[in-house]
Design a protein around this ligand. Structure first.
Ligand code: Z5A
Length: 203
C-alpha cells in the first residue's frame, strides 16, 4: 500500500506521518517512511540543490530536478518495498509538483506536468493521499515557531502559497484517492481520522 501526505509547508505532515508510522509499527505492520525530494543518496543530493536559497533556478529546471529525484526514489526504494508488501508512507509525491511547480510557479501547463509525473513515478499511483488543509497564515505561524530559516521554495511568499493551496483543492476535487483533512485541529484528532481510514484499508 502506498500512502502519500500532501499540503502546504507547515500543515503538519511530518507530525502526522510520525504518528501513523508509530501506530503501524505497534500493529506489527511492515512499514517504511520516505520523503520527497530525498530518500536515496542521489535524491538527497538533488534535495540539497533544490532547497539551497543561494542557487537561483529556472522554473523548468526546478521541475526537472524534482522529477529526477522522484524517478530515482521510486525505482530504487519505493517499488522494491511495495513488491515486498511493505506499507510505504511518502512525505510528498508528484502532487507536490502539480501544486508547487504547476499552480505555484506556472512552469508548464498542468497536462504537461501530469505526463512528466507519470514518467518520473514509473507509473506508480498512491492508494490514498491525505491532504492536510490549512490556511497560509496559520501554516506560516507554525513554521515561524520551528525556528528554521526559510529555504529557497519557502521564500516564494504568501501569494505563491495561496496558488499552491488552490492547486491542492483542485486535485482533491479531481481525484478519488484524495482524503482532505481540516489540519487546523489538534494533532491527535487528525491522527484519529487518518487511522480510521488506513485501518479500514488494511482490513
Ligand atoms: N516541493 C516542490 O516544490 N515540488 C515537489 O515536487 C516536491 C516538493 C516533492 C520540501 O520541503 C519542499 O519541496 C517543500 C515543497 C517542495 N516546500 N518548501 N518550501 P520540506 O520537506 O523541508 O518541508 P515541507 O514538506 O514543506 O514541510 P515542513 O516544513 O517539514 O512542515 P510539515 O511537515 O508540513 O509540518 P510539521 O513539521 O509536522 O509541523 C510544523 C510545525 O507545526 C511544528 O512545529 C509542529 O509541532 C507544529 N504542528 C504540527 N501539527 C500541528 C497541529 N495539529 N496543531 C498545531 N501545531 C502543529
Amino acid at each position: 500500500m502506498l500512502i502519500s501526505f500532501e499540503g502546504i509547508d507547515g500543515c503538519g505532515k511530518t507530525t502526522q506521518i510520525m504518528l501513523l508510522h508509530e501506530r503501524l509499527q505497534r500493529e506489527k505492520m511492515p512499514v517504511d517512511v520516505l520523503r520527497e525530494p530525498g530518500g536515496t543518496e542521489l535524491s538527497e543530493m538533488i534535495r540539497g540543490i533544490l532547497l539551497n536559497s543561494d542557487i537561483p533556478m529556472n522554473p523548468v529546471t526546478e521541475l526537472l530536478l524534482f522529477s529526477a529525484a522522484r524517478s530515482e526514489l521510486v525505482s530504487t526504494r519505493v517499488k522494491p518495498l511495495l513488491d515486498q508488501k511493505v506499507i510505504v508512507i511518502l512525505d510528498r509525491f508528484y502532487d507536490s509538483t502539480v501544486a508547487y511547480q504547476g499552480f505555484g510557479r506556472g512552469s508548464l501547463p498542468i497536462n504537461e506536468i501530469n505526463k512528466l509525473n507519470k514518467i518520473a513515478a514509473h507509473g506508480l499511483e498512491p492508494d490514498v493521499t491525505f491532504f492536510l488543509d490549512i490556511g497560509v497564515d496559520e501554516a506560516l505561524e507554525r513554521q515561524n515557531g520551528t525556528g528554521k530559516g526559510p529555504d529557497r521554495i519557502e521564500r516564494a511568499g504568501g501569494a505563491f502559497f495561496e496558488r499552491v493551496r488552490d492547486g491542492y483543492h483542485y486535485m482533491s476535487e479531481q481525484n478519488g484517492r484524495y482524503h482532505t483533512i481540516d489540519a487546523n485541529r489538534p494533532a491527535e484528532d487528525i491522527h484519529h481520522e487518518i487511522w480510521l481510514r488506513v485501518s479500514g484499508m488494511i482490513r
